[in-house]
Design a protein around this ligand. Structure first.
Ligand SMILES: [Zn+2]
Length: 245
């Protein structure tokens, strides 16, 4: 069953417009990908990815994460839970003010298998209302809890012209217990331009991950909001691959 899910996850992007369904960005979507060193003050290869953070905002961790993103000039996408956004509106405001992007991660993060299509779509719309009230704008990107959708939910989102955003890189930071685990993961990560990396800002490890990836000696990772990969056409060139060791 898991194999079938993986197949569907990979097959859909091949036939559906990128605007509606993304698992990763197109490799070498940014001009700088093909001009490896020109935009860097140092000689490290530049790799454009999307750092994405789910399940926040969290009063402590999201604040620290925003600090570290600002320090390293990384721009990210936050898939927020509506109820938490209502609880911490100042963090939603800060996310937007600092150039990051907001995505909708449902109102309560209810278990997909126990949530009807109708209830799921209601949760998306209620989260819309909360985010609009805080920011004055709508978050068009949607990431379903656990990345799980049935056909009805997917169709419901597409009828609303939403972009469904999944991921192709998952360090499983929510299962880690110590900082050394995320440090090890970062050191072994072989980034490809266009990677969408899933992390969580209701846990502490994403903060160290941003620091580690930004300070890596072997490559220069630049994170962009997910929507930066939606509109432009890919330029088709070879992806860069290298481990941070
Ligand atoms: Zn989640």
């Amino acid at each position: 069953m898991n194999t079938l899910r993986q197949f569907v996850k990979k097959a859909i992007p091949a036939v559906i417009p990128r605007k509606l369904y993304l698992v990763h960005g197109a490799a070498d979507h940014f001009e700088s990908d093909t001009q490896t060193n020109c935009c860097n003050p140092d000689s490290r290869p530049l790799i454009n990815i999307a750092l994405t953070f789910d399940d926040g905002p969290h009063p402590e961790y999201t604040t620290l994460l925003l600090d570290v993103l600002q320090k390293y000039q990384q721009q990210a996408t936050f898939f927020v839970i509506g109820e938490k956004a209502r609880q911490y509106p100042h963090l939603i405001e800060r996310i937007v003010q600092e150039g990051h992007e907001l995505g909708n991660h449902t109102l309560t993060h209810s278990e997909p298998a126990q949530t009807s299509t109708r209830r799921f779509l209601e949760e998306i719309q209620e989260t819309d209302r909360i985010l609009e009230e805080i920011t004055g704008g709508k978050a068009n990107l949607v990431r379903p809890p656990k990345g799980k959708l049935n056909f009805g939910k997917l169709l419901g989102l597409w009828r609303q012209q939403r972009s469904v955003v999944l991921w192709d890189i998952d360090p499983r930071d929510y299962l880690m217990n110590t900082p050394s685990e995320i440090i090890n993961w970062c050191q072994n990560y072989q980034p490809l331009s266009g990677n969408f990396c899933l992390m969580h800002d209701n846990h502490s490890h994403a903060i160290e991950a941003v620091r580690q990836l930004s300070e890596c000696q072997n490559f220069h990772i630049q994170s962009h909001p997910v929507s930066h990969w939606i509109e432009k056409k890919p330029q088709y060139a070879t992806r860069t691959q290298q481990a941070c060791v």
